[in-house]
Ligand binder design. Sequence first.
Ligand code: GUN
Length: 300
Amino acid sequence: MTKADIIDGKAFAARLRESISARVARLEAAHGLTPGLAVVLVGNDPASEVYVRNKARQTREVGMASFEHRLAAETSEAELLALVERLNRDPAVHGILVQLPLPEQISEAAVIGAIDPAKDVDGFHVVNAGLLMTGGEGMVPCTPRGCMMLLRDRLGDLSGLRAIVVGRSNIVGKPMAHLLLREHCTVTVAHSRTRDLAAECRRADILVAAVGRPEMIRGDWIKPGATVIDVGINRVPAPEKGEGKTRLVGDVAFDEALAVAGAITPVPGGVGPMTIATLLDNTLIAACRQIGVDPATLSG
Ligand code: GUN
């Protein structure tokens, strides 16, 4: 039985961070600018705390300025909007990320809509979503951008390949579908109402799983030799590790997929590490554009 290659997202992300560090240093030397990323966390969701801490640490490690804003869980929408306005006007801040989810008294759409699209390093603002859809140059959401980098690295030219995206969220599924379309794939977007999902998946040369359901995609749903990108990060009980222990699994049944796919991203160590690296890259791109520098001129 053939065994799929494992796509090492952790190593790819480490190389990307090295390239970002070098480009940040060149931007500083040539234009005297240090890119700055502001991360806003409202409340104290433990998972969000971990993400925000990691983002801040990695931001500093690549030589950028990190601004952390921690607000109480009972913060009003008006207070958060006032902070966003302040960050929009702050010339030291080139990227703004408001960690989601937000407490229920705050409208996520209102907050995302208030971020200056030029500083929207998440790519969630409707202006950036629209630019992605129409082939313009906006900010591209971090996770799908990371998935595309892994696919391009593995496959080179994606023209004409059949791709399926399982999941239709605004954060991953929909932008992923548009990015694949931009690379000339034939794209299917599947979701919870899709009929015969297994058969749809089996036609795809590229399968991107972004549903948030542990090990839902089975090995016999995968076309032999296909490239599988697993965006899911699900914590499940692991009694074999001991009472009350858990482990992380993706949306794909990894061991089954390994026997069928051509290549697959593991969980953890696949797509996850790419997300923060692409966030930092987006911040660098945003900073360049804000001072009228072509980001491509920084590449060594
Ligand atoms: N929460 C989980 N993922 C994300 C993300 O990519 N961006 C933001 N802002 N919040 C998140």
